[in-house]
Design a protein around this ligand. Structure first.
Ligand SMILES: Cc1cc2nc3c(=O)[nH]c(=O)nc-3n(C[C@H](O)[C@H](O)[C@H](O)COP(=O)(O)OP(=O)(O)OC[C@H]3O[C@@H](n4cnc5c(N)ncnc54)[C@H](O)[C@@H]3O)c2cc1C
Length: 339
């Protein structure tokens, strides 16, 4: 019998926790991890320390490359998946190579979300998701004395705390969408404002971004609906992460906010699973799907998917402790760990 070839798209916590389980459960199988990032598996929550020079690139790495060699996991870094053919079980890479799989696990993660209304200003925004983003920001940091942060999410709060440490002037323009997919109530909003103000940030709430213009000397002018005009060196856009599944549209997979999977994390295609930030998971009790973003959640979902690929029927039914309803999508929020 031909041995399995498990192909995992992604190299974050979901992908790596799945690879570990697959290797233990099927010692003879081929396992391939594909990531479009060149850097090995790293802690994204430490990027802010890297930006400030408190951590080196090596400090961010979760596990060395040698781990993959020792565990016979083929790690393909810097290779972008551009298409999947689910009929022929083929993954197409940007450099024209094809990879065939017997079982596929999609762990694409999320990308910074820009609400549609602000799309037109995207080119002026700075978002930090990857080590490359952090590296670019770190290089520019000495020239950045002021920053306006629009949106504001769990990532931005930590980032802002780091920026404030450098003596940077930080202004927060929190709008309705700030903590997407969570909705803040008035108490939470007040608490958020107080915490940031105590750290030295200026928090502007009840107002929204109405325009951005680049300034001749390289900075930007941010205008708000209430008539404020804020000059700054950089505009940070932090509206949460959104599943990064654009290139899968047309593949035949069901996609809504993320890749739709059942409670076993399987898509409607036999042998094709999704886990982590990119998965939108059905919960039979809720009779609805939930999406979630967070490191521990990704670790956990990756393990569940791998067990099921190996033949178990584990369900991804973690307790809905903190269930919110955002725009008609049920959102599990217990995942975000304060790392
Ligand atoms: C700055 C920052 C700080 C954070 N802080 C925290 C925190 O404090 N606590 C917390 O719980 N969570 C935090 N998070 C969120 C957490 O990092 C994510 O929820 C988690 O990494 C999701 O894991 P994942 O495996 O689903 O995807 P990711 O870690 O996003 O990994 C996705 C992988 O897919 C690859 N990929 C994507 N598209 C393609 C493609 N087309 N072809 C090939 N490869 C592709 C990427 O290269 C990457 O390797 C933070 C995130 C960021 C960006």
């Amino acid at each position: 019998m031909q041995s399995e070839h498990y192909v995992i798209i992604g190299n974050g916590p979901a992908a790596n926790s799945a690879a570990d389980i697959l290797r233990k459960g099927d010692p003879d199988a081929r396992i391939t991890l594909i990531s479009d990032e060149f850097f090995p598996y790293y802690h994204r929550h430490l990027l802010r320390h890297y930006i400030l020079g408190k951590k080196s690139k090596e400090d961010l790495i979760v596990r060395p490359i040698s781990y993959y060699r020792e565990n016979r996991i083929r790690l393909r870094l810097g290779q972008k998946v551009v298409r999947i053919d689910l009929q022929t079980r083929t993954v197409f890479l940007a450099h024209m190579e094809k990879v065939h799989y017997t079982r596929l696990l999609i762990c694409l993660g999320g990308k910074p979300r820009i609400p549609e209304i602000h799309y037109v200003y995207s080119e002026y925004f700075t978002a930090i998701k990857t080590i490359d983003d952090a590296e670019a920001f770190r290089e520019q940091l000495p020239g950045i004395r002021s920053m306006v942060i629009v949106g504001g999410d769990l990532i931005s709060v930590k980032m802002a705390a780091s920026f404030l440490e450098t003596g940077m002037n930080v202004r927060f323009l929190i709008d309705e969408d700030a903590f997407w997919p969570l909705k803040l109530d008035d108490d939470q909003r007040r608490d958020f404002t107080e915490r940031l103000s105590a750290r030295g940030a200026e928090v502007i709430s009840g107002d929204v971004l109405a325009g951005v213009e680049p300034e001749t000397e390289g900075g930007f002018r941010v205008r708000t609906r209430n008539g404020l005009s804020l000059s700054c060196d950089r505009i940070g856009a932090f509206f949460g992460l959104i599943p990064d599944v654009d290139f899968l549209v047309g593949s035949g997979l069901d996609i809504d906010r993320g890749i739709l999977v059942n409670e076993y994390l399987q898509t409607q295609f036999e042998g094709v699973y999704a886990a982590g930030d990119c998965a939108q998971v059905y919960n039979p009790d809720l009779k609805n799907y939930w999406v979630s973003i967070g490191w521990d959640n990704a670790l956990h979902l990756g393990q569940i998917a791998a067990h099921n690929i190996l033949g178990s029927d584990k369900t991804a039914d973690l307790p809905p402790l903190n269930l919110l309803n955002s725009d008609g999508v049920k959102v599990q929020t217990a995942w975000w760990r304060d790392l």
